[in-house]
Ligand binder design. Structure first.
Ligand code: NAD
Length: 282
């Protein structure tokens, strides 16, 4: 395989497109918003410059990588892709509509992967006539830097599809880990309750965000505290994941902290809006 389409050009989509293009894939990057596409290209360019400074590749390498990415506001721009990686907004109805559309538009042999953080792969796959070729390919944020790709098998995902996606992840220099379909998979089932608990600590005045993050960094050796990580992920995405965990596992231990809801309602979504638990410069 050498042609990929990445659907959604937000926080994750730009990083995923960057990784594929870096490894020589012809990459279509698609979003309903032209603004999001322009912003994504700028981010990729900046991140490539950073990689050049670090010696990952030459200036010429960066130009070639960027040159492999074509942007489009329509799925027509992805007609020949062999692999689709959907990284659109974390809402079931968005993903269900997109998978029905992708199923109609994608070549018969193409794999339809989703980067969802928490929505059951089986329910997304069930929107298509090819559930054996639908799978979770869960990149971590920031995708160009993080080693893990969580590969999630839906109920009907075939061995062949899983093996192909595992091979692609390895070819992208990543370490794939296979897990079964369950709300939040492994990564977010374990991570989000910790982030939620840190937000409860802020709400209850146990400590400041800085103090909470310092405890987790220095005490638990986490590279980033849970609140800084929540800002990086996006507080809206955190809330969406917790809602899925709460509803689908039916356990109140996943109840989203009211402060998280308030911050999302106020538009304080973290880095992407310049303010979350911390304030970010221009
Ligand atoms: P985001 O809000 O930054 O970006 C989503 C993008 O999808 C937006 O640019 C939006 O315009 C676009 N979009 C919405 N509907 C679309 C459609 N029908 N067709 C094409 N584009 C559409 O979100 P994000 O943080 O990049 O998350 C994307 C996916 O990746 C979600 O499923 C999320 O759960 C998952 N994810 C996020 C993180 C993270 O740290 N943010 C990590 C791993 C996985």
């Amino acid at each position: 395989m050498s042609r990929v389409a990445v659907i959604g050009a937000g926080v994750m989509g730009n990083g995923i497109a960057h990784v594929f293009a870096q490894y020589g894939w012809d990459t279509a990057l698609i979003d309903v918003s032209r603004d999001a596409l322009d912003k994504a290209l700028k981010t990729i360019e900046t991140n490539l410059e950073r990689q050049v400074k670090k010696g990952v590749g030459s200036g010429e390498w960066a130009v070639q990588t960027l040159g492999r990415i074509r942007t489009s506001t329509s799925l027509d721009g992805a007609a020949k892709a062999e692999l689709f990686v959907e990284a659109a907004t974390e809402r079931p109805e968005v993903k269900f509509d997109l998978f029905r559309e992708l199923d109609r538009a994608a070549p018969a042999g193409a794999i339809l992967a989703t980067n969802t953080s928490s929505i059951p792969i089986t329910s997304i796959a069930a929107q298509t006539q090819r559930p054996a070729q639908a799978i979770g390919m869960h990149f971590m944020n920031p995708a160009p830097l993080m080693q893990l790709v969580e590969v999630i098998r839906g109920l009907d995902t075939s061995d062949a599809t899983t093996q192909r996606v595992v091979a692609v992840a390895k070819a992208l220099g990543k370490t794939p880990v296979e897990v079964h379909d369950s709300p939040g998979f492994v990564s977010n089932r374990v991570l989000l309750p910790m982030i939620n608990e840190a937000i409860f600590c802020v709400l209850e005045g146990v400590a400041t965000p800085e103090a909470i993050d310092t405890v987790m960094k220095l005490g638990m050796n986490h590279p980033l505290g849970p609140l800084a990580l929540a800002d990086l992920i996006g507080l809206d995405v955190c809330l969406a994941i917790l809602e899925v965990l709460h509803r689908d596992l039916g356990d109140d231990k996943y109840r989203p902290c009211p402060l998280l809801r308030t911050m999302v309602a106020a538009g304080r979504l973290g880095r992407k809006t310049g303010r979350g638990f911390y304030v970010y410069g221009a």
